[in-house]
Write a protein that binds this ligand. Sequence first.
Ligand code: ATP
Ligand code: MG
Length: 420
Amino acid sequence: MIKAITGVKDALPSDISKWRMIEETVRNYFNLFNYKEIRTPIFEETALFKRGIGEETDIVGKEMYTFLDRSKTSLTLKPEMTASVVRAFIEHSLGSIQPLNKLFYISPMFRQEKPQAGRYRQFHQFGAEALGCSSPFLDAEMIQIAYDILTNFGLKNLTVKINSIGVPESREAYKTKLKEYLADKTEQLSEESQKRFETNILRILDSKDERDQKLLEGAPIILDYLDEKSKDDFELVKQALALTGLPYEIDPKLVRGLDYYTNTTFEIVSNSVGSQSALCGGGRYDLLIGLLGGKPTPGVGFAAGIERIILACENEGCFNLPEDSIDFYIVRLDKELTGKAYEYAAQLRRSNYVVELDYSEKSVKAQMREANKCNCKYALFVGGEEFKEGKAGLKNMQNGEQQLVSLENLVSEIKTLSEK
Ligand code: ATP
Ligand code: MG
């Protein structure tokens, strides 16, 4: 038996209402904030992600699904969306069509990570990128959209963490200080952090290793090294969040994994999902578009993991979805009327009613069982004496009331009925 690949999941019909609810809410919210949807291909040239995400990151370093196609081009299944959106933005000169492009997406992503609850190899994100404006109000807006969507689902145990990592110049000064602080402690650092000490020292702050965290307790804080503009912008982000009553915590160790961030970084974590607690992360990346060959343009965005959100919603009992139901089940009383039942089903479906019928010559009793299972509003009985008189019995399954309807004007009779 061939099974699905490790770390990927099927969404079966029984899960789909959750996915649809999430996708619908996401679309509604992005519409409220006037974000337009963008869809990009599942794969890109590998170079895009290498350059756009950064060689030193976990994603590029060890998680990408990269392969050569038949013409020996190196392709990668998208591990995140920002690089792809920026590529499309540059390629289609979206910045010259309008100065600010507010874009959102819902898309599968691929990372070859160790599968566990809340961590998969194909997973799904929704997220946004606003390209063309450096106002801190947009940073706050990103946090606001993500937070509003998550709270709209009914999630309660959320913490919004924010930080600013400033611009490269001020960051260099901080990196030097951090290096000085850790210089005589490198041997006590985890193996991963020892590597990062040389390659990307800021990422040590991200370490989940407890010993590392302990060693970092007295470390210098990046917020103390921000330049004046970055400081002012961070103040404005905080003020904007306060204006809408959005609760946040400042986490000076939140640097996020990606190389291209500037200024604001943020994450929303849930304490209802165990160790994979980050539901969403984002930040500002004013240097990325220039780095990828576009005219330097500021940008800010976030991405949220749908599987983790579903986990959190399940754990907090947020899903209160209506039961599946249909409008009509057509019960065929005589076997030779299968064609007629099929014809009435088509008429009703063309008028937008959800209709089910039996395809396999089931007995009347078995059809009634099916009708109940489908949770239909009405059962329509085709056959017997009534049929000879051009009529069918209609049973309201909620209150048990029965009546006859004319088959000649079936749809219009039913419309009048349902309008009553
Ligand atoms: P983590 O620290 O958990 O690995 P990350 O920093 O790699 O997260 P991002 O690249 O910021 O994650 O992606 C944004 C969101 O996408 C995460 O907050 C998470 O909800 C979700 N996500 C990331 N990787 C996975 C995965 N492998 N499986 C499921 N969801 C994921
Ligand atoms: Mg990760």
